[in-house]
Design a binder for this molecule. Structure first.
Ligand code: GLN
Length: 306
């Protein structure tokens, strides 16, 4: 039986030749998953023999990766915000930069909870994740709020929409997997839930990782992206078409002191605020950067002057 240490180098080499930029990591993650262990354990015990069934699983996984399929779909798992999410072709794979959306969304929720505790307004903070896909953003927010002993349902309500029924199925599975299935309402809808009461402006915090890749740039994305649902990436001619559609709905959806947080592309730090000025003149925009220092979140709120 071949050992871990014998199998890895040839797999790394094949993946490198096929064009993977993370050949070593890919090989290690796929072998660990084929054996049913953690990558760190694998690296600590290179002398461990790999049995025939694990070897077959590993070779199948490498073959799929060689055809360009993302590791997250092959494993069926992607880590995000310290949690493991089920990942498959029903939804976009959660990206590390999207953790920023979770952090800023959480900060917006906590600030409103604290204000509410000091007796200002209703104690309920209403959060909506628009275009939730596999649910990573809203589930991460829910898990972290629960960890902080926030009473979900009483102090914070959480809902999420997507126009893809199959993405919502994955999101529900993930929510159940993280024990927040009862805390999040998943709604099949194009952007906003249909039954929002007119004029009620009921949402305090909107988080949205909508498609924002320019249609013309889709073909140039890494081949792994071609395994993801195109509608989760394609943001129209300038990448901002879907974001603009949601911006136009904010006056009726967002509470007076509400905030809407949009993930944007690293090169949209000027175009996204310009789109806001065009769609909602007088509203405020701020740009937050991701850990790599790139513009990543467009934060939108009503203007203060009336
Ligand atoms: N960051 C993703 C990519 O570049 C795009 C995600 C999105 O459109 N929301 O592949």
């Amino acid at each position: 039986m071949p050992t871990v240490g014998e199998l890895l180098p040839s797999a790394v080499e094949r993946l490198r030749v096929a064009g993977s930029e993370s050949a070593r990591l890919d090989a290690e993650v796929l072998l660990a998953s084929a054996i049913g262990t953690e990558r760190t354990t694998l690296l600590a015990y290179p002398e461990v023999p790999v049995g025939p069934e694990a070897l077959e699983r590993f070779e199948e996984a490498v073959a799929r990766r060689l055809r360009g399929e993302p590791v997250a779909y092959i494993r069926g798992i992607k880590e995000f915000f310290g949690l493991a999410f089920a990942a498959d072709g029903r939804a976009l794979i959660p990206r590390p930069e999207t953790e920023r959306l979770v952090e800023i969304g959480l900060a917006a929720v906590m600030a409103r909870l604290t204000a509410a505790e000091h007796g200002r307004g209703s104690p309920l903070v209403r959060v909506l994740d628009v275009g939730t896909g596999g649910g990573a953003v809203i589930i991460s927010i829910a898990s972290e709020l629960r960890r902080r002993r926030v009473d979900l349902g009483r102090d914070v309500t959480l809902a999420a929409t997507d126009d893809s029924a199959e993405a919502l199925d994955l999101a529900r599975e993930n929510a159940v997997g993280h024990a927040v299935g009862d805390a999040i309402e998943f709604i099949e809808a194009d952007l906003l839930p249909p039954e929002l009461p007119a004029g009620a402006a009921p949402i305090d915090v909107i988080v949205a990782n909508l498609p924002y890749v320019r249609s013309g740039a889709i073909a140039g994305l890494p081949i792994a992206a071609s395994f993801e649902p195109p509608r989760a990436l394609d943001g129209g001619t300038d990448g901002l078409a879907v974001i603009r559609r949601l911006l136009a709905l904010l006056p009726d959806a967002l509470a007076a002191d509400g905030v809407a947080l949009f993930e944007i592309g690293a090169d949209q730090g000027e175009d996204a605020p310009a789109a806001l000025r065009e769609v909602l003149p007088g509203w405020n925009a701020a740009i937050e950067k991701d850990i790599a220092g790139h513009p990543r979140i467009l934060s939108v709120a009503r203007g203060t002057e009336l």
